[in-house]
Design a protein around this ligand. Structure first.
Ligand code: NAD
Length: 538
């Protein structure tokens, strides 16, 4: 692989008085002042079906951003056919031309499209400017640039090592034959655009089913890709029902794989549906899914206490805890807890929650009424649980936006509901352990939850760090030492977890791209044999 590689996109700071802050605020106003119509985009054509739903602003849910025209059966079938029909030409233009299109997408997003996409993500998914910047600008730019770099690299790396005299061996890096169904989550615009475009980079074509909670930002990203020169039919944008698109995709024998990010239960259902339809499909589909997490922070008695407080607050509450990697359980020794609890609560009480447009807010709203009700349910059950105590937060208000306070629950039962289940909201549950039980707590952390996505160890002694590193080998696909368990960067910490957290195909790295290829080995005889008998027969 070439040693020249792209650099991570620099993160803009949006400090008061900065040009980016002014530009972003103007763009937010513009987007708040219009309601757009979002079509399906099939074979490059906009299709307004008339069957619409609205997109609202989660922190101001009376405000409509867009009417979205949902795909029905006919549009979904057309999208699958368009993707299949587009593949031959897409393969024929070659890797370099495909990389050039996605690198142009990255340049456009880094430049003139940046504020448009960041503002859309702030309004559609209720992110602060910083959370939008690291997601919809920087991470997506990095995905497009580094994926192009990785794809070029493995074209060389996968060539056969040996071509004996008279023979020329090569490997053709073919894509999978057929189309990929990309089913994407609401919480990262970068993931939404990456799931159809990573397979497309290596020559697949895709049907993209965006989340019903991010149609607005995702549609703008689809427009960006088309403006960058993505040919018609390579990615087809179909807002609509996930279950319906899955049924339709699976009834098409050319279904070649699914690229999914979302909850564990939906992914398990998808896998089962795919298995049922196997006899009707032309090939064995690739199934790549990154799913839920119950991400942890374990503190050792000798840890950096200030660092721990920062990691708990940022890890648990940034983007309202709606990151698959969000810290949602923590194991803290008694001595450390006695020393930090007051400061932790005092810092959390300073957190401002509100409109994404007010840059002094650290948190905004959760994504929709369903999420609000679900998270509130967890908080209410914890309130009624004699083993749990809500030490800060716990209030919820959905009158204007779906707001939930940053909440900490202390639990004396390490297996209580909020210690083991994914909540996907701003709720952190802490279990206090005896200082001399560090080894036991590592075992408990490993065995308590079915997930294995991210986790952190806070300790200052190298031996303790190694003990945790070994004991938690399979507890997290992304492991952090003295840092929060969120904020993985492309090409720095390739992202993904195992167990119930997914297939661990490490988005943004070469491993993910390799899942979308099906190489052809080619042997060419230079010296063509002219005699059918062998020397042993003489
Ligand atoms: P979700 O599972 O509700 O939805 C994800 C996608 O699946 C959406 O497009 C949705 O419409 C679709 N879907 C829903 N039901 C379906 C069905 N029956 N058949 C086919 N598709 C269906 O998840 P979400 O709320 O959008 O995102 C949050 C979840 O995603 C959390 O569990 C989080 O941990 C996970 N996540 C994981 C990662 C990761 O990298 N591991 C990253 C981001 C989010």
């Amino acid at each position: 692989m070439s040693s020249e590689h792209p650099a991570n996109e620099p993160v803009l700071g949006y400090a008061p008085g900065s040009p980016e802050r002014e530009e972003l605020q103007t763009e937010l106003d513009n987007q708040m002042n219009s309601i757009i119509e979002i079509p399906c985009i099939i074979n490059g054509q906009e299709i307004f079906t008339g069957n619409t739903v609205t997109q609202v602003v989660p922190h101001n849910h009376g405000h409509i951003l867009a009417n979205v025209h949902l795909a029905g059966k006919a549009e979904m079938e057309a999208a699958c056919i368009a993707a299949v029909d587009a593949q031959e030409e897409w393969i024929n233009i070659g890797l370099e031309a495909r990389c050039a299109i996605f690198e142009k997408c990255a340049d456009m997003l880094s430049g003139e499209w940046r504020m448009k996409i960041n503002a859309a993500t702030m309004l559609n998914q209720s992110k602060t400017c910083f959370q939008a910047e690291i997601d919809s600008a920087c991470e997506l730019i990095d995905f497009w640039r580094f994926n192009s770099h990785y794809a070029r690299g493995f074209h060389d790396y996968l060539q056969p090592l040996v071509s004996p005299k008279g023979v020329e061996n090569t490997t053709e890096i073919r894509p999978l034959e057929g189309f990929i169904l990309a089913i994407t989550p609401f919480n990262f615009s970068s993931i939404a655009a990456n799931l159809p475009s990573a397979p497309a980079l290596v020559g697949c074509t895709a049907v993209w089913k965006p989340s019903r909670n991010s149609y607005y930002s995702n549609y703008l990203l689809m427009q960006l890709m088309m403006e960058a020169g993505l040919p018609a039919g390579v990615i087809n944008f179909v807002p609509g029902s996930g279950a319906e698109i899955t049924d339709i995709a699976l009834s098409n024998p050319d279904f070649a794989g699914v690229h999914f990010t979302g909850s564990t239960s939906v992914f398990q259902g998808l896998w089962q549906r795919i298995a049922e339809e196997l006899p009707n499909l032309k090939g064995y589909p690739r199934i790549v899914g990154e799913t839920g997490g119950k991400d942890f922070i374990v503190a050792h008695p000798n840890c950096d206490e200030k660092g721990l407080i920062v990691a708990l607050i940022r890890g648990a509450f940034e983007y309202q805890g709606q990151k698959c990697s969000a810290a949602s359980r923590s194991y803290i020794p008694t001595s450390v807890w006695n020393s930090i609890s007051e400061e932790l609560c005092s810092e959390i009480s300073k957190i401002k929650i509100g409109d994404a447009k007010d840059f002094s807010n650290f948190m905004t709203a959760v994504i929709d009424q369903r999420a609000f009700n679900k998270i509130k349910g967890y908080i209410e059950r914890a309130r009624d649980n004699p083993n749990c105590e809500i030490i800060i937060g716990g209030n919820c208000d959905d009158s204007k936006g779906w707001f939930i306070e940053p909440t900490i629950i202390l639990s004396s039962d390490p297996k209580s509901e909020t210690m083991v289940e994914e909540i996907f909201g701003p709720v952190l549950t802490i279990y206090i352990y005896d200082d001399d039980k560090f080894q036991n707590i590592l075992k408990l952390c490993d065995k308590s939850s079915p997930y294995a996505l991210t986790g952190s160890i806070f300790a200052n002694n190298e031996e303790d760090i190694q003990t945790a590193f070994n004991a938690l080998r399979f507890t997290a696909g992304n492991f952090y030492i003295n840092d929060k368990p969120t904020g993985a960067a492309v090409a720095q910490q390739p992202f993904g977890g195992a167990r119930a957290s997914g297939t661990n195909d490490k988005a943004g790295g070469p491993l993910n791209l390799l899942r979308w290829i099906s190489p052809r080995s080619v042997k060419r005889a230079i010296e063509i044999p002219q005699k059918w008998t062998y020397s042993f027969m003489d």
